[in-house]
Design a protein around this ligand. Sequence first.
Ligand code: ADP
Ligand code: ZN
Length: 728
Amino acid sequence: MKLTEARAALKKYFGYDQFRPMQAEIIERVYCGKDALVLMPTGGGKSVCFQIPALTMEGACVVVSPLIALMKDQVEGLRANGVRAAFLNSSLDGTAARQTEDDFYSGRIDLLYVSPEKVVSQNFLPLLQRAKISLFAIDEAHCISAWGHDFRPEYAQLRFLKQQFPAIPMIALTATADKVTRRDIIEQLALQDPETFISSFDRPNISLEVRPGQKRIEQILNFIKQRPVQSGIVYCLSRKSTEELAVKLMGKGIRAACYHAGMSDSDRSRIQEDFINDKTPVICATVAFGMGIDKSNVRWVIHYNLPKNIESYYQEIGRAGRDGAKADALLFYSYSDVAVLQDIISKNESENTEIQLAKLERMKQYAEALACRRRILLSYFSEDLGHNCGNCDVCSNPPQFFDGSVIAQKALSAVYRMREESGIGMLIDVLRGSGKKEIFEKGYQDLKTYGAGRDIGYGEWQHYLHQLINLGYIELAPDRHHVACLTPASHRVLFEGEKVALVRMATVRERMDAEQAKVKVTKERQRSRGELFEELRQLRLRLSQKQGIPPYLVFSDATLEEMAAAIPRDEWDLQDISGVGEKKMQQFGVEFLKVINDYARRTGIPDKPAVVRNPPPVKMPKPKPPATLQVTLEFFQEGAKPELIARERNLSVGTIYEHLAQLIESGEDIPIRRLATSGEIQMVKSALRGLEGPPYRLKPIYDACGGQIRMQLIRMILAHLEEKKAEK
Ligand code: ADP
Ligand code: ZN
């Protein structure tokens, strides 16, 4: 099996021109009949690693996946691409299950998704023995490890697969696996001499932002208003807060719903369906939401509260932008969130309290970072980005330091005079000279520092005090309700004149200006491209309803964006758009082209200088091709495809291709893109790499392409490649 075929299948079924890093290597490994362990982030493109072998190798690929809720979606998505896929799990009734089993061992299925319960059940082994199997793929393989967070007992029994079918390659895939879990996976599945592939965990299309957690609801409303048709998730800490937030958003006319484990199954699945189908774009949820969802067009994720650790945070923001198009992750951060989480973790009294607290500390450091956030995230996963990302708030708004010594002195002296007995909130109240009852009860109004920081707002004080804590000038006593205490460093500031550099907080005004500027840019971009995008989105919605599949399975946001930018005017242009495979071209091509062409006509975008019906006489005419070639040429210039010309002229398709090849070789201008898909061109290009030449012999190329491309077409592609080389 050759990679050229893999590439052709990638274009044919999924409409993509290139493999992402590692996908090709993994596929090649499978072609060699060997085992592999694959670690890629959510949305990294794991599925392609077994789907392409499934489509190009003989027999069916059996995919074990614990996410039953996801199977139906995945299979629907594959079928929409023309792939023969099916699933077996407890949700099927007897008849449907028997039909699928029948299809499976009769070789009518290329990909069979199975739940672990089903795989280890009594009657499944005989079925496996009867069928022809190309590959086993164990998805979410971390479920095998008792150390992991998702342990599935059935996974621990999967070892029998390798014992029963030692010659069939197996790949295990997961998005989360530390070293221990990795070893567990390899051992328990009994993988033979496996190669481990670890791809980058970077998701560069997700922009990262952290904001102080003040007036969160107002900020969220603003955020959503700027993204009126986008789907997104707001993660909250408690069930109650998901409900309250959803009500508030709905009160402002936003189509929102809440989702948490306390709701009935039917409510939850209805809400999930509506989200997937773009009916309810905004979900306020606890972290359980999103796990069983494959929706690729989640455009943003907001964390209303600080997550417990970076692993969870990264997994949750990873649910945005799986299609690779631009997405946003916004985290609200306040010190009180940290205190709440510390309490929760400490009260839990599990063995690894220490570890969990340390993980929380890393999360907090991320939120308070003064350096590129993506670098911090990736370094947590032992990966070095090597440069600043340019797509996080720190990169786009680098911190500005100033001499904060006076501010520090005021704060520290207040702590001192309050005898290290109060928390941060009270400290700010005293500094700002608040009239609260508690202050008078304690007599703080008589302190010298009472009101000494009136000129600074509450939020700004929070911002500075966080920094003083991080710099080690203030300590919060965990054993005394987090009251603020002094440290040796604070003595140096108070009594020895040590200088303190602080980072300025952008004022609310500046923040709003920055946001407005961003909105202006997006609005302008939207004006130029958005109108067509919106029309395409509406068409996608209509088609998805007609087909009974979620909109993102018709085409992804990324594909629609590319269409709106490239404005393809005919089938040949359209098939070059990433994400347009053969089946979808057939099924939806005409309708999308109609919308695009209508739009182009309406807005005055000129037609391509395509069809020349009566070519003007040229001064130095080329020798005219023989009559029969001439007729084919004229048909072709009028836009007909070879199949149509063949039908019209009552000739074989092969003959027409032969004509066209001769025409190209005699120097006629025949655009190759109208004849070959980019997948086919790719395939020929890759084939050439392994062959002697130029000049090349056709037969070896034909063989290297697995006999899938006509000889004449190969000739034309070669001529085209030659010409391109000559141009350079
Ligand atoms: P994972 O299983 O790792 O979470 P998926 O396999 O679902 O990720 O892929 C995530 C998204 O990326 C899907 O929309 C998929 O179609 C797309 N994708 C995968 N491979 C490629 C590729 N080579 N080129 C473009 N898009 C790809
Ligand atoms: Zn950055």
